[in-house]
Design a protein around this ligand. Structure first.
Ligand code: HEM
Length: 211
């Protein structure tokens, strides 16, 4: 069962991780861009933030799930460290862009608040996880990375919830307003449940001790 969930999660992460490439493949206005005003679409800072966000967000999603396999981690520890740095770097850049474009989120300030809070949680837990690893506080590192990737996985859950909400409410504005929160709040509850069995100890553990 655990393996099936793992495969489903990885498949979704890879599929949505590749999704930003559609913004480069389509020459016509596509997806979210259809909801934006001409004034915003003329804003070069917004475009830079948008592309930074979607490209590095895609990379974070694509590489992140591989890090949770304890066998791979033990066998290829140096690769784990390298991929971890790529993930952290990608989250910081994507988070920077995401934080900026959140101010202009379709649907107004409540949606901006939902995405903005998610962004802060994503960047904070990722940075904490990174400094914990540097300080050899591996238990806290593991806990924080579970929260970080649960936040990252909001990109997947958003795209699963949105069509369901559209069927229920038949109104994009309502569906998008709900999904700006629904895409991440339950994910953090799942992360809370997953981390509940990991001790809170601040003691320095060796990577080999973490299952
Ligand atoms: C986890 C933290 C994240 C936050 C806070 C966040 C925030 C945002 C915001 C504010 C927007 C613009 C919404 C609007 O203007 O209405 C957006 C759009 C977008 N984001 Fe993220 N995002 C996150 C993660 C990701 C990840 C990991 C990916 C990788 C696939 C991603 C890919 C996209 C794409 C492709 C769009 C364009 C909208 C679409 O086509 O659905 N985001 N994001």
């Amino acid at each position: 069962m655990k393996k099936v969930l793992w495969i489903i999660g990885a498949t979704l992460a890879v599929s949505i991780g590749l999704y930003p490439s559609l913004y480069f493949l389509f020459t016509e206005k596509f997806g979210l861009l259809l909801t934006k005003s001409p004034a915003l679409l003329a804003n070069e800072v917004w475009w830079t933030a948008f592309y930074t966000h979607i490209v590095f967000g895609g990379i974070a999603l694509l590489v992140g799930w591989t890090q949770f396999n304890s066998q791979w981690r033990k066998k290829y520890l140096n690769t784990h460290r390298l991929v971890g740095k790529i993930y952290v770097f990608s989250v910081l850049l994507s988070g920077l862009g995401g934080g900026y474009i959140a101010f202009f989120a379709t649907g107004g300030w409540l949606n901006s608040l939902g995405f903005g809070l998610l962004d802060i949680i994503w960047v904070y837990t990722t940075w904490r996880a990174f400094t914990d690893a540097k300080n050899k506080n591996i238990i806290s590192h593991q806990r924080m990375m579970i929260y970080s990737y649960a936040a990252c996985f909001a990109a997947v859950t958003l795209r699963l919830w949105l069509p369901i909400l559209m069927v229920i409410f038949k109104d994009m504005e309502i569906a998008y307003g709900i999904v700006a929160w629904l895409c991440w709040v339950p994910n953090l509850f799942v992360a809370y449940r997953l981390t509940a069995n990991i001790p809170l100890s601040k003691t320095a553990y060796s990577v080999e001790n973490v299952q």
